[in-house]
Design a protein around this ligand. Structure first.
Ligand SMILES: CC(C)(COP(=O)(O)OP(=O)(O)OC[C@H]1O[C@@H](n2cnc3c(N)ncnc32)[C@H](O)[C@@H]1OP(=O)(O)O)[C@@H](O)C(=O)NCCC(=O)NCCS
Length: 84
């Protein structure tokens, strides 16, 4: 399963992302899922940091995965084992 967390501009940096991701991880564990994957634009330091805090580790990078604002962005894949 894959997560996606978005906090409205102006409300970021207040702990909302941490609360949302924590609730998602808890719910995924309770539902018996094996692992959770996050696909994060590689330069998105707040999101990489948020996921690391919950124990996600980087498992790969897709180079030039998407074109945004006229330039190519890499995608960092992070994974959290939910069992064991
Ligand atoms: C990434 C996002 C979900 C984080 O949610 P948030 O509510 O802003 O973050 P929180 O306040 O819960 O903080 C979570 C961690 O990110 C860090 N962080 C938050 N804003 C940051 C910033 N501007 N620069 C660096 N680190 C930042 C915090 O320090 C915290 O790490 P810590 O617990 O080790 O101190 C949110 O900023 C967001 O929606 N960004 C735009 C959309 C996006 O990138 N979504 C994720 C797609 S994968």
């Amino acid at each position: 399963m894959e997560n996606s967390v978005y906090v409205r501009e102006g409300s970021q940096g207040l702990g909302i992302g941490r609360a949302l991701l924590g609730a998602l991880v808890d719910a995924a564990r309770a539902a018996g899922h094996h692992s959770m994957i996050a696909g994060i634009e590689s330069g998105n330091a707040p999101s990489v940091r948020l996921h690391r805090r919950f124990g996600f580790t980087e498992v790969g990078t897709v180079p030039e995965a998407g074109l945004k604002f006229g330039r190519w962005f890499d995608l960092t894949l992070m994974r959290l084992a939910l069992e064991g």
